[in-house]
Design a protein around this ligand. Structure first.
Ligand SMILES: Cc1cc2nc3c(=O)[nH]c(=O)nc-3n(C[C@H](O)[C@H](O)[C@H](O)COP(=O)(O)OP(=O)(O)OC[C@H]3O[C@@H](n4cnc5c(N)ncnc54)[C@H](O)[C@@H]3O)c2cc1C
Length: 491
């Protein structure tokens, strides 16, 4: 805070991946009046981070054009023109510098911080592609690091990447690389709970349920006496209203509610809520034993899985695709007249919660299993859900002060910390550190520029942009076109 008065109150909206990291970091740095608001008990059922596992890759030096390494929910980023990822050197673009720095910070934490370290499993990974184009993308992703990877090019080599009996498929057309160290997966839900518990221990208050579900941001009206008739200008944030009517007030507020952020504030199309799909199957104790300590297997066109959870023996599978949106169309007066065409202009995407997945997603998961582990392909799903994250146009986080009438200013009292863009679970421990730098005015210029408020990138945004992702039909999908959903748990 331009104020580094650590006694001043801070409110965090959203106790998910970033919210818990931010809360922990503030508490660790002596902030004594921090409150986190969330609509649900933490970890919330809608949090992107409330998941069995997420892929983690250590601070790899990107030397070339890809923003995202293996995981993009995710895929490889297309937005590469101004990105010359190399290292944290003077030659890097701002985006490359900031992204590499996030990777360095989070790698250090996953390897050393007692809160995060127990959740990181350094099992390595095998990444693969099926088409020539996707394989070329993989090659680009590892360029300059070839010595860290081993080629995996035949069905037998894929099967041998894991203990006998795990991979039983034919792997027709698969090619890829194994990275035995410097990567793996994190127990995502566990990391959120650990960060939350530690933050609470250090004095952070968590308010959940209707009292924590924020429905409105209350700005003061800055119109001065004598300006009657002129349009009111927006002033500083003076409070936030919760679903039960409670008004929470604080000196500074941090908006960290992920895919739901633009329901509270006009973000000028900078966020596109995008959903992916995951399904789980239950393993027996014997199977879970066999599947322990597996490397991640990720085909960037088909899907991925990691070992089953130690607690419940659930194996999570994600089918890989560019994502689903739930488009919001601009309203036009003729929309109300029957028979008139609706406006085709999309102005957003509205998240909704569902603990089922489209039937086409189930088909993709089962096709992925048929190619990799056909012995599991017919097993019923024990759980599935759609899972929303928020895509910025360039897939960089958006961390900046909210603009008051066009100007970024701490005077707005509202700091944005959003835009996970399908690949920011791994950065969890770093987000708290970087947000703290913004709050205290200590962030370096390059990080500030890379994560800045940037509506110019979203003018005439293409809501159907695959943003470098592969899989399914190679298109962002519309939930309105879904022909049916799984019915897990329904008799
Ligand atoms: C299927 C899938 C797979 C992924 N895989 C990977 C991966 O392998 N590796 C990786 O690094 N990243 C991965 N990601 C991306 C990663 O999960 C996200 O980038 C990250 O979790 C985003 O964190 P967040 O804090 O912004 O949002 P969330 O974790 O979603 O947290 C948002 C929180 O805000 C709360 N909230 C929402 N609205 C309100 C409100 N009005 N009032 C109060 N609280 C509110 C929610 O309840 C939630 O707790 C994946 C994402 C998906 C969807």
């Amino acid at each position: 805070m331009s104020t580094t008065n650590k006694k001043k109150s801070v409110l965090i909206i959203g106790g998910g991946t970033w919210g818990c990291s931010i809360a922990l970091e503030l508490a660790r740095n002596g902030y004594s009046d921090v409150t986190v608001l969330d609509g649900e008990d933490i970890p919330s059922s809608i949090a992107a981070g409330n998941d069995l596992n997420k892929i983690m890759e250590e601070g790899k030096r990107f030397h070339a054009i890809f923003v995202v390494s293996v995981r993009g929910a995710c895929g490889l980023s297309r937005d590469t023109n101004d990105i010359n990822l190399g290292s944290q050197s003077e030659d890097d673009t701002d985006a490359a510098y900031a992204w590499n720095r996030l990777h360095d910070l989070c790698t250090t934490a996953w390897l050393n911080d007692p809160i995060y370290k127990p959740h990181y499993h350094r099992t390595g990974y095998v990444m693969a592609a099926s088409s020539d184009a996707a394989y070329e993308a993989l090659l680009g992703d590892i360029r300059g690091h070839e010595d860290e990877y081993q080629k995996v090019e035949s069905a037998e080599q894929f099967r041998k990447a894991m203990p006998e009996g795990v991979l039983t498929g034919d792997f027709v057309g698969w090619r890829g690389f194994a990275k035995p160290s410097g990567a793996g997966w994190v127990f995502a839900r566990g990391a959120i709970i650990s960060a939350k518990d530690e933050a609470e221990e250090l004095g952070v208050r968590f308010i959940t349920g209707q009292q924590g579900l924020v429905t409105e941001l209350l700005f003061s009206d800055e119109t001065k006496p004598g300006e009657i008739g002129s349009a009111p200008k927006q002033g500083a944030l003076r409070g936030v209203k919760a679903a039960d009517g409670t008004i929470h007030r604080a000196h500074m507020t941090i908006l960290a509610n992920g895919a739901n952020a633009d329901e509270l504030i006009d973000l000028k199309y900078q966020l596109r809520p995008t959903a992916w799909t995951l399904a789980q199957i239950r393993m027996t104790s014997e199977e879970a034993e066999l599947y322990k300590d597996l490397p991640v297997l990720f085909n960037i066109e088909k899907g991925f899985f990691m070992e089953p959870s130690a607690e419940t023996h659930e194996l999570k599978i994600c089918d890989e695709h560019p994502g689903y949106i739930n488009p919001i169309y601009e309203e036009r007066s003729e929309d109300s007249s029957p028979g008139q065409p609706k406006s085709e202009r999309i102005i957003g995407s509205k998240p909704f919660a569902r603990q089922q997945v489209p039937l086409e997603s189930e088909e993709r998961v089962r096709a992925f299993l048929m190619e990799t582990m056909p012995h599991l392909a017919a097993r019923p799903f024990s759980f599935a859900r759609i899972c929303w994250d928020a895509d910025t146009v360039d897939r960089m986080p958006l961390i900046d002060w909210y603009r008051l009438n066009g100007n970024a200013s701490t005077e707005s009292r509202l700091l944005l910390a959003i835009g996970g863009s399908g690949h920011c679970f791994k950065t969890m421990p770093a987000m708290g550190q970087v947000v703290l730098e913004f709050l205290e005015g200590k962030v370096d210029d390059r990080t500030r520029r890379a994560f800045r408020w940037r509506p110019e990138t979203a003018v005439n945004r293409n809501w159907w942009d695959v943003q470098g992702r592969w899989g399914a039909q190679g298109e962002v999908m519309d939930f309105n076109d879904v022909r049916g959903w799984t019915r897990i748990g329904e008799s």
